[in-house]
Design a protein around this ligand. Structure first.
Ligand code: 5GP
Ligand code: ZN
Length: 112
């Protein structure tokens, strides 16, 4: 399958990994939008949030928990932002679900 993030999971494309287990990989974003900006992705290929099913609920919880744990490790005690862009209107550019974690600066609302 021609999926950039599946290739990062497989190691075919290198990434600056922060964490990996049997279900997820976390790595620094190649175009950081904050002093801390990493992505948490499932090893399982799921194209968009529209495509998650009942069977993925525990996996999504594990992604959130991993994001929280790593954010703290990266010094984001004062807070952080998580973002999951879904499909065209959500501004998704890589079609393998991923949770952005951004921190170490003040975030603003509403987003663009
Ligand atoms: P999206 O726009 O789909 O929500 O987020 C995709 C993210 O993946 C972007 O923030 C982009 O910088 C990041 N990205 C795209 N290609 C690569 C890559 O090859 N390596 C890494 N580490 N990040 C990537
Ligand atoms: Zn994939």
């Amino acid at each position: 399958m021609d999926c950039l993030f599946c290739k990062i999971v497989d190691g075919a494309i290198p990434a600056r990994k922060l964490y990996e287990d049997d279900q997820v990989v976390a790595f620094h974003d190649i175009g950081p939008q904050a002093p801390v900006h990493f992505l948490v992705i499932p090893k399982k290929h799921i194209a968009t949030l529209h495509d998650i099913g009942e069977e993925d609920k525990a996996l999504l919880g594990h992604i959130v928990h991993t994001a929280q744990r790593l954010a703290r490790e990266q010094g984001c005690e004062e807070g952080f932002r998580v973002v999951m862009n879904c499909n065209e209107h959500g501004g998704q550019s890589v079609y393998h679900i991923h949770m952005h974690v951004l921190g170490q600066r003040q975030m603003h609302w509403p987003p663009g």
